[in-house]
Each structure stands twice: as structure tokens, then as C-alpha cells.
Design a binder for this molecule. Structure first.
Ligand SMILES: Cc1ncc(COP(=O)(O)O)c(C=O)c1O
Length: 394
């Protein structure tokens, strides 16, 4: 039995294999949120009373903790958002104002809808063009194609660090070099990398990085946009309101520096405190340890599923915690329903990646995604459940 499993009251004897959608929460995160909502609760950045000053300090300590976790140069490069989706929309709405008709953005075939639709909305407003980088036959984004397709008209390359369907890991350094060679910025969607891998913004060489707290064992309702300091500082505000201003009059308003300029309104206080606790928790285990543990579970799962001859596996062997598959003659929803009867939770559907489904020639897949609490018993339960699916469908 995995030693960390007991830390998660939501897991118990359940074979939870849907961490890619959202991770279960360790008790330390639940306790931190309860304290922040209870005995410690007060607003931030406003109150003159001690409790509010303490909460403001805790809130800003969390920003520093996030900066340390991803190897950012400064806490001022960390903007708290509602999640990764909001962070990408923020970049599109704010930084995107610098783009004009004729400029181009490069995405890839495997992007999540949240890294496609905000750019389409920007395209509709500005007349920019969107290009799509193809994948190599086993799944990862094709970097030879990326290098060949990029032109000086490209201002942004926005790619998933890890695919939420295939688990494939982007060769970030090469992607960054290719983007920068034509003068484009690189945005990484880190939703599926932040929970599994050690991160360092300087080493990766990207310009924007986004992730969601709830996939990293933290609360929902909090996410992060990291942007290189000088880029963030030059970005215009995208939402107006309290907390993001310097001075307001009816004639003219001036704005606070980054990151406050991008955090209009009362922020998600308890959620930010919970994210801090989640980062403390995963770092105490160690991101390298988590990656190795999940890689071993992925390898065992792929090997077991390969031996069931009616199963098609998607994605490369080396995957960050994700195994997508289908079974001949059985809809993924039926796989998910029967597995649920066996106490195994997987995701079945298009995973918010309809263009990738079209590329794979399917309308859905089943997906097992692993977290630090999973173990070989979960893999065994999945395999046993799939044997029953096979039996039911003949
Ligand atoms: C790769 C990827 N990008 C973006 C998102 C969107 O994250 P959120 O819904 O937390 O904003 C997800 C969530 O499934 C994802 O897996």
C-alpha cells in the first residue's frame, strides 16, 4: 500500500485514476483551507487590523512559495488567477493587445480547448492567424515540423508542456529556441506538468507558464500565471476594479505594478493558502520521487494493457502519469461505467481535446491518470475491471 494514500481522505479504498482531471486533496490542504476560512479568516491588502495584516503576509508568502516551486526569478512574476484557463485568457486579453492583423500564433494538434479557444477569440478581434503544429506518429509535438513552420510573423508559440490525453512531454528547450529564433514568445500550458515534474522557469526558457492548483493537490478556484518580469510589467490590465489601481479619478486612473495590476477585486484568499500547503506537501515528498513513482505505474499499466489484445494504447511509452486507451467494439463511456462498478474511476470522453480526437480518428478515449497516492493495487483493479468489460461485451 502506498504510504501517502492515508493522507487523502477522499481516496480510501477507491481506485481513483482521474488525477489528470483533478487531484484528491491531502488532509494538510483541507486543514489549511479550513483554518484560512475559519480562525485566520480576514481580507488581504486592505485591513488595518492585525488579522488582516497577518492574512496579507500569509497570502504574499504563498506567492513567494509558488515562485520558489517553479523557479521564478521573483514573486512579482506570479499572478494568481482562477485557474489555467483564466491565466491563458489573461495573456490573450492583455498581452494579445500587442498583436495585429497578419501576426501569427502557433498551437499544436494536441492542445486542450483552453489553449485553443482564447486564441480564436483573439483572432476574431484582431485578424491574427492561427497555425497548428503536427505531432510525431507516437504522439509528441513534432519539433522538426515546428522549426520548419515558424516564421518571423509568429509572435507566440503556445503549447502543452504535457498532453492531458497522451501524457507526452514537450521538448521545451528546443521549442523555446525555435520560438525565440523567429522572435516569438513561448507559452507553456503546465496543467499536466506541474503535478508531476520539477519545474524551473530559467532552465525551461519559456516566457509564460500557466497551471491550475486543483490538479496539484490544492483547491479549485486558484491557478497561476507566470510571465517573465519584463513581459508582465509591459502588459496592460485586462480587468478593472479594486486592488489593481494606483489612483482613481473620473478623469484618469493609474494602475498598480504587476502582479497586482492583474488581480482586480478581492482575491481567492483561502484557496491561495491551500495552494501553499499543497506545494509544501508535494515538495516534502519530492517532485523527482513523484515522477519516478508515476512513471513506474504508467509502465506497468501499458504493459498489462498491451497484453489484452483488444486494447489500443495512445501516446508514447514515456508519459507523465497518463495512459489513454480504447477497447475494440466498446465505447469509452461503457468502459468508464463498468469500471466504476468495480470501484475504478477513469475519465472517458474527448478530454477537452476534440482536434486531437479528430487526429486520432476517434470521438473519445478512456484515460487512466495517476497521482502520487496510486499504487500497483490500482493498476491491478484497472486490469481486472477491463477484463470484465471485455467479458460483458463479448
Ligand atoms: C492540459 C490542460 N490544459 C488546461 C486545462 C484547463 O485547466 P482548468 O480547467 O483547471 O482551468 C486542463 C484541465 O483539464 C488541462 O489538462
Amino acid at each position: 500500500m502506498n504510504v501517502h494514500r492515508h493522507d487523502f481522505p477522499g481516496v480510501g479504498a477507491w481506485h481513483y485514476l482521474d488525477t489528470g482531471a483533478t487531484a484528491q486533496k491531502p488532509q494538510v490542504v483541507i486543514d489549511a483551507v479550513a483554518r484560512a476560512m475559519g480562525a485566520d479568516y480576514a481580507t488581504v491588502h486592505r485591513g488595518v487590523y492585525q488579522r488582516s495584516a497577518d492574512m496579507t503576509l500569509a497570502f504574499e508568502r504563498a506567492r513567494e512559495r509558488v515562485a520558489g516551486f517553479i523557479g521564478a526569478a521573483s514573486a512579482n512574476e506570479i499572478v494568481f488567477t482562477k485557474g489555467a484557463t483564466e491565466a491563458i485568457n489573461l495573456v490573450a486579453a492583455s498581452w494579445g493587445q500587442s498583436l495585429k492583423a497578419g501576426d501569427r500564433i502557433m498551437l499544436s494538434q494536441l492542445e486542450h480547448h483552453s489553449n485553443i479557444v482564447p486564441w480564436q477569440l483573439l483572432r476574431d478581434r484582431t485578424g491574427i492567424e492561427i497555425d497548428v503544429c503536427p505531432l510525431t506518429p507516437d504522439g509528441p509535438i513534432d519539433l522538426d515540423a515546428l522549426e520548419a513552420l515558424l516564421t518571423p510573423a509568429h509572435k507566440l508559440v503556445a503549447l502543452a508542456h504535457v498532453s492531458n490525453v497522451l501524457g507526452s512531454i514537450l521538448g521545451v528547450k528546443r521549442a523555446a529556441k525555435a520560438a525565440h529564433a523567429v522572435g516569438a514568445k513561448l507559452l507553456l500550458d503546465g496543467c499536466q506538468s506541474a503535478p508531476h515534474m520539477r519545474l524551473n522557469m530559467a532552465e525551461l526558457g519559456c516566457d509564460f507558464f500557466v497551471f491550475s492548483g486543483h490538479k496539484l493537490y490544492g483547491p479549485t478556484g486558484v491557478g497561476v500565471l507566470w510571465a517573465r518580469g519584463e513581459i508582465l510589467e509591459a502588459m496592460p490590465p485586462y480587468q478593472g476594479g479594486g486592488a489593481m489601481i494606483d489612483r482613481v479619478s473620473f478623469e484618469r486612473t493609474t494602475y498598480a505594478p504587476a502582479p497586482q495590476r492583474f488581480e482586480a477585486g478581492t482575491p481567492m484568499i483561502a484557496e491561495v493558502i491551500g495552494l501553499h500547503a499543497a506545494i509544501d506537501y508535494v515538495e516534502a515528498i519530492g517532485m523527482e520521487t513523484i515522477f519516478a513513482h508515476e512513471a513506474a505505474l504508467v509502465a506497468q499499466t501499458r504493459e498489462a494493457l498491451r497484453s489484452m489484445n483488444s486494447i489500443t494504447l495512445y501516446g508514447p511509452e514515456k508519459s507523465a502519469g497518463i495512459v489513454s486507451f480504447s477497447m475494440q467494439g466498446v465505447h469509452p463511456h461503457d468502459i468508464g461505467t463498468i469500471l466504476d462498478e468495480e470501484g475504478v474511476a477513469v475519465r472517458a470522453g474527448h478530454h477537452c481535446c476534440q482536434p486531437l480526437m479528430a487526429h486520432l480518428g476517434v470521438d473519445a478515449t478512456a484515460r487512466a491518470s495517476f497521482g502520487l497516492y496510486n499504487d500497483v493495487d490500482d493498476v491491478a483493479a484497472l486490469v481486472q475491471g477491463l477484463a470484465r468489460v471485455k467479458k460483458v461485451f463479448g
